[in-house]
Design a protein around this ligand. Structure first.
Ligand code: SAM
Length: 268
């Protein structure tokens, strides 16, 4: 099995089990129709990283690793009709159906791996993702090349991942999480295995430079890198993300990139 398939399998198994707890613990913070970029609580309504939402109304939008579809549902409530969310976990998508029924706002979804998308080249104007799948992939360049493939020329990719500098610190919200214990440059994956040696959880680390190179290798142009600050109003702890650590270093990196328009034949 290729590393990409191996990681997708591990993520699927992990998220089938983790989905109920994830939605019970974080569903309120995410809001059923909310677009939250990460544990700092930065919301798209304030950040505007996708551009003016009014201008997205006719756009075809793909959300990677949509979980229960909160971000896609936020877009739907703002008049964006053509939104599809994909996720590797069936259980996460069942939560999407539950919230669709509760809110009356439906999100079209498909169960698939972000590393291999079942869509035609150029099918979308915008691809977005809030911690959806991309933090776990082994080959960031290959994953972003796949996202870029389904974008039309002139389309945009905006995605958030764990901030690369978190890698050096233990995943602890308290004091222990303030002391660097491993090298930022150590690219060995974090893996949890079952008794038979099968991977149960796999997370790959990419440095900031790795992400920039992945964007460039996908023939995308980096437009922005946003590192949301932890607001004083957010007293919530989310795994290793906490007000204590958030005051000192970033926990989330949001990359905004664009696929260049096609050059005219004979142009420079
Ligand atoms: C931290 S959750 C984020 C979900 C959602 N974007 C949110 O903000 O709540 C990560 C999501 O990525 C999905 N995921 C992980 N690996 C994936 C992969 N290779 N392809 C598609 N989805 C994946 C998980 O199933 C999970 O729903």
């Amino acid at each position: 099995m290729s590393t990409a398939l191996h990681v997708a399998r591990a993520s699927r198994v992990w998220w089938e089990h983790a989905a109920d707890e994830y939605q019970a613990e974080h569903g309120g913070f995410l809001r059923d129709t909310g677009f939250v970029w990460g544990p700092e609580g930065l919301v798209e309504a304030d950040a505007g990283l996708l551009g003016p939402v009014d201008e997205l109304r006719g756009a075809r939008v793909l959300e990677l690793g949509c979980g229960a579809g909160q971000c896609s549902r936020w877009l739907r409530t703002h008049g964006v009709e053509h939104v599809v969310g994909v996720d590797v976990s069936h259980r996460q998508l069942q939560h999407a159906r539950r919230i669709d029924e509760q809110t009356g706002v439906e999100v079209a979804t498909a169960q698939t791996d972000v590393q291999s998308l079942p869509f035609a080249a150029g099918a979308f104007d915008l691809v977005c993702s809030a911690f959806g799948g991309l933090p776990f992939v082994p080959d960031a360049g290959a994953a972003l090349t796949e996202a870029a493939r389904v974008l039309r020329p002139g389309g945009r990719l905006v995605f958030s991942v764990s901030h690369p500098m978190r890698w050096c610190f233990p995943d602890e919200p308290g004091e222990r999480g303030l002391t660097a214990e491993q090298s930022y440059f150590d690219r060995r994956a974090y893996v949890e295995e079952d008794a038979a040696g099968r991977a149960l959880y796999v997370e790959h680390h990419h440095t900031t430079g790795d992400w920039v190179r992945a964007i460039a290798s996908a023939d995308l142009v980096l437009r922005d890198l946003v590192e949301p600050e932890w607001p004083g109003s957010n007293q919530q702890t989310w795994g290793g993300w906490s007000p204590l650590r958030g005051r000192l270093f970033p926990g989330t990196a949001i990359f905004a990139a664009a696929k260049p328009e096609r050059r005219a034949a004979g142009g420079l």
